[in-house]
Unconditional design. Structure first.
Length: 601
């Protein structure tokens, strides 16, 4: 199946269970009609690339570009593009939004390959045909806007540039590009004084306050991560930092800041923020916290390291490194959980960064980052958490004829989590110890109220999958159906899937099994890795229609979720409770790793 913008709701989320076969076919049929010469010979010739007047001038990089693209969000539509004059200026986080892939003119789809943006890496996105065409259009457009630089720099933080149509002719495309000022992000920012009052933190518990105007943009590494420099004192050069900020769901950024400010230091957790960054609102003049600066880890994530080692770009990962990184991650996990509101619900390879060892020169140490406490991908989450997240996604996304189902799901959620209410991406920040993930907060409350171990064992589930990746030397778990599929464009014959074992020592395989008790992958005959990405196209492993396979997969997952939440005293719930209870504690995982390490030395 070709990738389109609706792949997330039609394939990679529980909403796929309620998507009709014709939902995505319409866009494909539209593009086929557009390139069908039998429709109208004259119209076809006007649009055909055989006609010299209809061809794109060039897709090669410009010698003197006036814009740059650093990356693209997972939806393939939100592009992190910035005019070159913006480098070295304070980061405005003005992203460029493209039309859905299915709305591209048919004759341009094969040339621009916009679907590649859905699975492009930071290293490949800049050279993608769609990116190069966009850069030329932005360059032409900005050159026509009177005093563009001044207008751009006066836009509110978090505004947008909207590209409403894609066309061969740049002049035609330029007419559909618009600057869209938005004051919502700045208006939602909380002041330092308000946050101090909410959290009960004295001035001494805060790092220095740095005004946004002193930041110098260098590169957008991720939707929430900007590489910036801060000029040093007289005679010193600028220092590089990561500027952590969000233009959507700012509440998670504030929750992470609070966790970092109240968590004691640990060598394997990212350090205390170097600065809290405040910005003056363009409307009203109120100064609010727009983000914070943390240490920059140029060596990248553990996921990238495993990938690079697998393709021979860096030396192979040694057994000593596997054990050391595993033990360091566990030590960090224990430390986070000692915090009254501490837990780590997004344990995966992306969130482990590497840094030069301070105690062992020439070696690398692991450190946990991202303490938003937002939750993780479905394929990494324990089923007792994922089942609730499935129903939350359905309540938020189902429309029209599915109102009755939404009511059923809401009742199940309210029964499972007393006080549960539907969330919203637009919710303004309010103090919520432990963050805003309903299933994880419910587990936290049980730990606080009665010392329940379920919160710890839910994290051990993710730890088991992380250990499998480390000892198997693979950057992907390749089970389930979610966003990770779009990152995994490797050759099919090299794909190792959880819980297959090839390299993990025999002495550790049982530990991985016990950590991930309750995972459907352990059920005999159960296949969860039903889809995969091959050369930029989603395919079903059994050769069937992708949408049909996705619909069946998610229908089964939703049935399991409903059975688990309905059957609170019955067989289904009892089996899950037994599986959770069989998972070891984090300390037991640590001891087992040490024991096996001694055996293998």
């Amino acid at each position: 199946m070709d990738l389109t913008s609706d792949v997330f709701c039609h394939t990679l989320s529980p909403l796929a269970a309620f998507t009709s076969r014709t939902a995505t076919a319409g866009g494909v049929a539209k593009r086929l009609r557009e390139v069908n010469p039998a429709v109208d010979d004259d119209l076809w010739w006007d649009a055909s690339f055989l006609n010299p007047q209809s061809r794109i001038d060039s897709l090669t990089p410009s010698c003197r570009p006036t814009w740059r693209v650093d990356g693209v969000d997972v939806d393939g539509r939100r592009v992190f593009a910035i005019p070159t004059f913006g480098v070295g200026r304070p980061p405005l986080r003005i992203d460029v939004y493209l039309p859905p892939v299915e709305d591209y003119p048919g004759q341009l789809t094969d040339i621009l390959k916009p679907e590649a943006l859905l699975c492009a890496s930071r290293g490949t996105v800049a050279m993608a045909p769609a990116t190069q065409h966009l850069l030329r259009a932005l360059g032409r457009w900005s050159s026509w806007v009177p005093d563009f630089e001044s207008q751009y720099l006066s836009m509110p933080y978090g505004s947008q540039i909207l590209v409403t149509s894609i066309a061969t002719n740049l002049e035609e495309m330029v007419s559909g590009i618009h600057m869209c000022p938005s004051y919502e992000v700045e208006q939602a920012m909380q002041s330092v004084e308000v946050l101090q009052s909410m959290w009960g933190l004295p001035d001494a518990a805060w790092p220095p306050i740095l005004e946004w105007e002193h930041l110098q943009f260098q590169k957008q590494l991720h939707e929430s991560i900007t590489l910036v420099t801060v000029p040093g004192k007289t005679g010193q050069g600028a220092e590089a930092f990561v500027f952590k900020s969000l233009t959507r769901d700012q509440r998670y950024m504030y929750n992470e800041l609070k966790m970092l400010l109240t968590l004691p230091p640990h060598p394997n957790v990212i350090p205390w923020p170097a600065y809290v960054v405040t910005k003056k609102s363009r409307f009203g003049g109120r100064r609010g916290v727009c983000g914070f600066l943390i240490e920059y880890f140029p060596l990248g994530s553990l996921k990238q390291r495993l990938h690079d080692a697998g393709v021979g770009a860096v030396p192979p990962i040694t057994r000593e490194e596997q054990f050391r990184w595993s033990e360091q991650i566990i030590s960090a996990l224990v430390h986070v959980n000692k915090h009254p509101d501490g837990f780590y619900p997004d344990l995966k390879l992306d969130n482990v960064v590497l840094q030069p060892s301070s105690s062992q020169p020439g070696q690398l140490d692991a450190a946990l980052l991202d303490l938003e406490q937002r939750g993780g991908w479905y394929s990494w989450s324990p089923p007792e958490v994922a089942y609730i997240e499935y129903l939350e996604a359905l309540v938020a996304g189902l429309e029209g004829d599915c109102e009755g189902l939404c009511e059923e799901f809401e009742v199940l959620l309210e029964t499972a989590i007393p006080g549960w209410t539907p969330g919203s991406q637009q919710d303004r920040y309010h103090h919520s110890p432990g963050g805003f993930s309903a299933p994880w907060l419910a587990l936290l409350q049980r730990r606080k109220q009665r010392g329940d171990l379920d919160l710890e064992r839910a994290q051990v589930f993710m730890l088991g999958k992380l250990l499998w990746c480390i000892f198997e030397g693979t950057p992907f778990i390749r089970c389930g159906v979610d966003h990770e599929l779009l990152q995994d464009n490797a050759a099919n014959e090299t794909r190792l899937r959880f819980p297959e074992f090839r390299r993990t020592p025999q002495e550790l395989r049982d530990l991985v099994r016990r950590c991930t008790e309750g995972a459907l992958e352990w059920e005999e005959g159960r296949v969860t890795n039903v889809l995969e990405l091959r050369q930029g196209t989603l395919v079903a492993r059994d050769g069937r229609d992708v949408q049909e396979v996705a619909r069946e997969y998610w229908a089964g997952e939703i049935d399991r979720a409903k059975a688990f939440l309905k059957d609170t005293d019955g067989v289904v719930h009892s089996r899950m409770r037994e599986a959770i209870a069989r998972r070891p504690r984090v300390s037991e995982v640590e001891e087992e790793l040490k024991r096996v390490k001694k055996i293998l030395q």
